[in-house]
Write a protein that binds this ligand. Structure first.
Ligand code: GLU
Length: 282
Protein backbone atom coordinates (compact mmCIF):
# COMPACT_ATOMS: atom_id res chain seq x y z
CA UNK A 1 0.00 0.00 0.00
CA UNK A 2 1.25 3.48 -0.89
CA UNK A 3 1.06 6.58 1.30
CA UNK A 4 -1.86 7.89 -0.74
CA UNK A 5 -4.98 8.52 1.36
CA UNK A 6 -8.15 10.20 0.19
CA UNK A 7 -11.67 10.52 1.50
CA UNK A 8 -15.30 11.17 0.65
CA UNK A 9 -16.89 13.42 3.26
CA UNK A 10 -20.65 13.78 2.86
CA UNK A 11 -22.91 15.69 5.22
CA UNK A 12 -25.94 13.56 6.21
CA UNK A 13 -28.42 16.34 5.51
CA UNK A 14 -30.10 14.68 2.54
CA UNK A 15 -29.87 11.74 0.17
CA UNK A 16 -26.93 11.30 -2.19
CA UNK A 17 -27.49 12.25 -5.82
CA UNK A 18 -25.60 11.61 -9.06
CA UNK A 19 -23.14 14.41 -8.28
CA UNK A 20 -22.17 12.73 -5.02
CA UNK A 21 -21.81 9.39 -6.79
CA UNK A 22 -19.41 10.98 -9.28
CA UNK A 23 -17.36 12.55 -6.50
CA UNK A 24 -17.21 9.37 -4.42
CA UNK A 25 -16.31 7.23 -7.46
CA UNK A 26 -13.60 9.71 -8.48
CA UNK A 27 -11.95 9.56 -5.05
CA UNK A 28 -12.40 5.79 -4.77
CA UNK A 29 -10.86 5.20 -8.19
CA UNK A 30 -7.92 7.48 -7.41
CA UNK A 31 -7.23 5.46 -4.25
CA UNK A 32 -7.41 2.18 -6.19
CA UNK A 33 -5.07 3.46 -8.90
CA UNK A 34 -2.58 4.71 -6.33
CA UNK A 35 -2.97 1.52 -4.26
CA UNK A 36 -3.82 3.82 -1.41
CA UNK A 37 -6.59 4.22 1.16
CA UNK A 38 -10.14 5.44 0.69
CA UNK A 39 -11.88 6.78 3.79
CA UNK A 40 -15.45 7.79 4.40
CA UNK A 41 -16.15 10.61 6.84
CA UNK A 42 -19.58 11.66 8.01
CA UNK A 43 -19.66 15.44 8.44
CA UNK A 44 -22.51 15.71 10.90
CA UNK A 45 -21.54 18.63 13.12
CA UNK A 46 -24.76 20.41 12.25
CA UNK A 47 -27.02 18.48 14.60
CA UNK A 48 -30.15 20.30 13.49
CA UNK A 49 -29.80 19.33 9.82
CA UNK A 50 -28.07 15.93 10.10
CA UNK A 51 -30.25 12.87 10.48
CA UNK A 52 -29.38 9.24 11.21
CA UNK A 53 -31.63 8.05 8.38
CA UNK A 54 -29.63 10.12 5.88
CA UNK A 55 -26.39 8.67 7.21
CA UNK A 56 -27.78 5.14 6.91
CA UNK A 57 -28.90 5.77 3.34
CA UNK A 58 -25.51 7.26 2.40
CA UNK A 59 -23.73 4.08 3.53
CA UNK A 60 -26.31 1.95 1.74
CA UNK A 61 -26.03 3.95 -1.51
CA UNK A 62 -22.22 3.86 -1.53
CA UNK A 63 -22.19 0.11 -0.91
CA UNK A 64 -24.74 -0.31 -3.72
CA UNK A 65 -22.38 1.66 -5.99
CA UNK A 66 -19.74 -0.95 -5.19
CA UNK A 67 -17.49 1.17 -3.01
CA UNK A 68 -15.61 -0.16 -0.02
CA UNK A 69 -14.02 1.91 2.71
CA UNK A 70 -12.08 1.46 5.88
CA UNK A 71 -13.85 0.90 9.19
CA UNK A 72 -14.58 2.58 11.48
CA UNK A 73 -16.17 5.50 9.67
CA UNK A 74 -15.23 8.77 11.33
CA UNK A 75 -18.29 10.67 12.49
CA UNK A 76 -17.45 14.30 13.24
CA UNK A 77 -20.03 14.69 16.01
CA UNK A 78 -18.05 12.16 18.06
CA UNK A 79 -14.87 14.21 17.98
CA UNK A 80 -15.85 17.60 19.32
CA UNK A 81 -12.95 17.54 21.80
CA UNK A 82 -10.46 17.53 18.92
CA UNK A 83 -12.02 20.62 17.38
CA UNK A 84 -12.15 22.35 20.76
CA UNK A 85 -8.43 21.66 21.21
CA UNK A 86 -7.64 23.15 17.80
CA UNK A 87 -9.75 26.19 18.62
CA UNK A 88 -7.84 26.61 21.86
CA UNK A 89 -4.58 26.42 19.97
CA UNK A 90 -5.78 29.20 17.65
CA UNK A 91 -6.92 31.25 20.65
CA UNK A 92 -3.43 30.80 22.10
CA UNK A 93 -2.00 32.33 18.93
CA UNK A 94 -4.43 35.23 19.25
CA UNK A 95 -5.93 34.66 15.81
CA UNK A 96 -9.60 34.18 16.68
CA UNK A 97 -12.15 36.44 18.31
CA UNK A 98 -15.66 36.19 19.71
CA UNK A 99 -18.40 37.47 17.44
CA UNK A 100 -21.80 38.18 19.03
CA UNK A 101 -23.42 39.41 15.81
CA UNK A 102 -26.53 37.83 14.40
CA UNK A 103 -26.59 36.84 10.72
CA UNK A 104 -28.59 39.98 10.06
CA UNK A 105 -26.02 42.18 11.80
CA UNK A 106 -23.20 40.57 9.79
CA UNK A 107 -25.08 41.27 6.54
CA UNK A 108 -25.64 44.88 7.61
CA UNK A 109 -21.96 45.31 8.50
CA UNK A 110 -20.94 43.99 5.07
CA UNK A 111 -23.34 46.34 3.28
CA UNK A 112 -22.49 49.46 5.24
CA UNK A 113 -18.69 49.22 5.53
CA UNK A 114 -17.13 52.72 5.52
CA UNK A 115 -15.20 52.17 2.27
CA UNK A 116 -18.05 50.55 0.32
CA UNK A 117 -19.58 47.08 0.76
CA UNK A 118 -17.08 44.45 1.92
CA UNK A 119 -16.53 41.39 -0.27
CA UNK A 120 -16.65 39.16 2.78
CA UNK A 121 -17.07 39.98 6.43
CA UNK A 122 -14.09 41.10 8.46
CA UNK A 123 -14.52 42.37 11.99
CA UNK A 124 -12.69 42.86 15.25
CA UNK A 125 -13.05 41.76 18.85
CA UNK A 126 -15.24 43.89 21.10
CA UNK A 127 -13.62 46.00 23.80
CA UNK A 128 -12.82 43.70 26.75
CA UNK A 129 -15.38 45.25 29.11
CA UNK A 130 -18.25 44.96 26.65
CA UNK A 131 -17.27 41.40 25.84
CA UNK A 132 -17.21 40.51 29.54
CA UNK A 133 -20.61 42.12 30.04
CA UNK A 134 -22.16 40.16 27.16
CA UNK A 135 -20.65 36.87 28.29
CA UNK A 136 -21.93 37.50 31.82
CA UNK A 137 -25.37 38.21 30.35
CA UNK A 138 -25.29 34.77 28.74
CA UNK A 139 -25.20 36.02 25.15
CA UNK A 140 -24.10 33.44 22.62
CA UNK A 141 -21.11 34.02 20.37
CA UNK A 142 -19.30 32.45 17.45
CA UNK A 143 -15.53 32.29 17.12
CA UNK A 144 -14.19 33.91 13.98
CA UNK A 145 -10.77 33.73 12.42
CA UNK A 146 -9.12 37.16 12.39
CA UNK A 147 -7.46 37.55 8.99
CA UNK A 148 -5.49 40.56 10.18
CA UNK A 149 -4.19 38.77 13.30
CA UNK A 150 -3.39 35.64 11.25
CA UNK A 151 -1.47 37.72 8.73
CA UNK A 152 0.53 39.31 11.53
CA UNK A 153 1.15 35.94 13.22
CA UNK A 154 2.54 34.40 10.02
CA UNK A 155 4.36 37.51 8.82
CA UNK A 156 2.09 37.67 5.75
CA UNK A 157 0.33 35.11 3.54
CA UNK A 158 3.05 35.13 0.88
CA UNK A 159 4.34 31.62 1.68
CA UNK A 160 0.93 29.98 1.56
CA UNK A 161 0.24 27.90 -1.49
CA UNK A 162 -1.22 24.52 -2.39
CA UNK A 163 -0.95 22.12 -5.29
CA UNK A 164 -4.07 21.77 -7.42
CA UNK A 165 -3.94 18.66 -9.59
CA UNK A 166 -7.52 19.02 -10.82
CA UNK A 167 -8.91 22.46 -11.54
CA UNK A 168 -10.82 25.25 -9.85
CA UNK A 169 -14.00 26.66 -11.40
CA UNK A 170 -11.97 29.07 -13.58
CA UNK A 171 -9.45 26.41 -14.60
CA UNK A 172 -6.99 27.24 -11.79
CA UNK A 173 -4.35 24.50 -11.66
CA UNK A 174 -0.82 23.83 -10.51
CA UNK A 175 0.75 25.75 -7.63
CA UNK A 176 -1.97 28.06 -6.32
CA UNK A 177 -1.13 30.98 -4.09
CA UNK A 178 -3.67 30.92 -1.26
CA UNK A 179 -5.84 33.99 -0.88
CA UNK A 180 -7.58 33.44 2.44
CA UNK A 181 -9.06 36.92 2.08
CA UNK A 182 -11.75 35.54 -0.25
CA UNK A 183 -13.66 34.12 2.69
CA UNK A 184 -13.21 37.02 5.10
CA UNK A 185 -13.11 36.35 8.85
CA UNK A 186 -14.76 32.94 8.58
CA UNK A 187 -16.63 31.38 11.48
CA UNK A 188 -14.59 28.55 13.02
CA UNK A 189 -17.02 27.74 15.80
CA UNK A 190 -20.70 28.38 15.36
CA UNK A 191 -22.81 29.77 18.19
CA UNK A 192 -25.02 26.70 18.22
CA UNK A 193 -22.56 23.86 17.48
CA UNK A 194 -19.18 24.90 18.85
CA UNK A 195 -17.28 24.14 15.63
CA UNK A 196 -17.74 24.95 11.95
CA UNK A 197 -16.95 23.33 8.63
CA UNK A 198 -13.47 24.71 7.84
CA UNK A 199 -11.99 23.88 11.21
CA UNK A 200 -13.47 20.38 11.39
CA UNK A 201 -12.27 19.52 7.87
CA UNK A 202 -8.73 20.73 8.44
CA UNK A 203 -8.40 18.93 11.77
CA UNK A 204 -9.86 15.69 10.42
CA UNK A 205 -7.88 15.64 7.19
CA UNK A 206 -4.71 15.90 9.28
CA UNK A 207 -5.80 13.40 11.95
CA UNK A 208 -6.82 10.88 9.31
CA UNK A 209 -3.60 11.33 7.36
CA UNK A 210 -5.39 12.48 4.22
CA UNK A 211 -2.78 13.19 1.56
CA UNK A 212 -5.19 13.99 -1.30
CA UNK A 213 -8.40 15.96 -1.00
CA UNK A 214 -10.62 15.07 -3.95
CA UNK A 215 -13.94 16.95 -4.11
CA UNK A 216 -16.13 19.18 -6.27
CA UNK A 217 -14.82 22.54 -7.40
CA UNK A 218 -17.60 24.27 -5.48
CA UNK A 219 -15.16 23.81 -2.58
CA UNK A 220 -12.13 25.22 -4.38
CA UNK A 221 -12.46 28.55 -2.58
CA UNK A 222 -12.57 26.71 0.74
CA UNK A 223 -9.05 25.42 0.09
CA UNK A 224 -7.72 28.98 0.40
CA UNK A 225 -8.81 29.43 3.98
CA UNK A 226 -8.18 25.78 4.83
CA UNK A 227 -4.58 26.29 3.72
CA UNK A 228 -4.29 29.18 6.16
CA UNK A 229 -5.69 27.08 9.01
CA UNK A 230 -3.17 24.34 8.24
CA UNK A 231 -0.38 26.89 8.58
CA UNK A 232 -1.75 28.30 11.84
CA UNK A 233 -2.21 24.83 13.34
CA UNK A 234 1.07 23.56 11.88
CA UNK A 235 -0.63 20.73 10.03
CA UNK A 236 0.49 19.23 6.73
CA UNK A 237 -1.13 20.46 3.51
CA UNK A 238 -2.70 17.78 1.34
CA UNK A 239 -2.62 17.86 -2.45
CA UNK A 240 -5.94 19.08 -3.85
CA UNK A 241 -7.86 17.73 -6.79
CA UNK A 242 -11.08 19.59 -7.43
CA UNK A 243 -13.33 18.16 -10.11
CA UNK A 244 -16.08 19.72 -12.21
CA UNK A 245 -19.70 19.47 -11.13
CA UNK A 246 -22.26 17.34 -12.93
CA UNK A 247 -25.22 19.19 -14.31
CA UNK A 248 -28.68 17.90 -15.09
CA UNK A 249 -30.52 18.17 -18.41
CA UNK A 250 -31.51 21.75 -17.45
CA UNK A 251 -27.85 22.73 -17.18
CA UNK A 252 -28.04 23.24 -13.42
CA UNK A 253 -25.83 21.32 -11.04
CA UNK A 254 -27.43 18.55 -9.02
CA UNK A 255 -28.50 19.58 -5.57
CA UNK A 256 -30.25 18.05 -2.62
CA UNK A 257 -33.52 19.55 -3.90
CA UNK A 258 -33.48 17.25 -6.98
CA UNK A 259 -35.32 14.37 -5.37
CA UNK A 260 -35.75 12.57 -8.71
CA UNK A 261 -31.99 12.18 -9.11
CA UNK A 262 -31.17 10.75 -5.70
CA UNK A 263 -29.43 7.40 -5.90
CA UNK A 264 -32.31 5.74 -4.11
CA UNK A 265 -34.78 7.17 -6.64
CA UNK A 266 -32.61 5.90 -9.51
CA UNK A 267 -32.44 2.51 -7.86
CA UNK A 268 -36.19 2.39 -7.43
CA UNK A 269 -36.58 3.19 -11.13
CA UNK A 270 -34.53 0.08 -11.89
CA UNK A 271 -31.20 1.75 -12.71
CA UNK A 272 -28.39 -0.62 -11.76
CA UNK A 273 -25.10 0.40 -10.19
CA UNK A 274 -23.37 -0.76 -13.41
CA UNK A 275 -25.61 1.54 -15.49
CA UNK A 276 -24.85 4.49 -13.28
CA UNK A 277 -21.11 3.84 -13.13
CA UNK A 278 -20.97 3.60 -16.90
CA UNK A 279 -23.07 6.73 -17.26
CA UNK A 280 -20.66 8.61 -15.02
CA UNK A 281 -17.63 7.38 -16.92
CA UNK A 282 -16.44 4.62 -14.58
N1 GLU B 1 -19.06 17.83 3.88
C1 GLU B 1 -18.83 18.64 2.72
C2 GLU B 1 -20.01 18.56 1.78
O1 GLU B 1 -20.87 17.73 1.94
C3 GLU B 1 -17.58 18.23 1.96
C4 GLU B 1 -16.34 18.61 2.68
C5 GLU B 1 -15.04 18.40 1.91
O2 GLU B 1 -14.95 17.53 1.03
O3 GLU B 1 -14.09 19.09 2.24
O4 GLU B 1 -20.11 19.33 0.86
Amino acid sequence: MSGFTTRFAPSPTGYLHRGHAFSALTAHQAALEAQGRFLLRVEDIDRTRSRPEFEASILEDLAWLGLTWEAPVRRQSEHMAHYAAALEQLAGRGVIYRCFRTRREVADAIASAPHGPMEAFTGAPLPADEEARRIAAGEGFAWRLSLSAAEAALGGFGDLWFLETGAGPAGEAGAIVARPQVGGDVVLARKDVGVAYHLAVVVDDALQGVTHVIRGHDLFEAAHVQRLLQALLQLPTPTYRHHGLLTGPDGRRYAKRDQAETLRALRERGVTAEDLRRDLGF
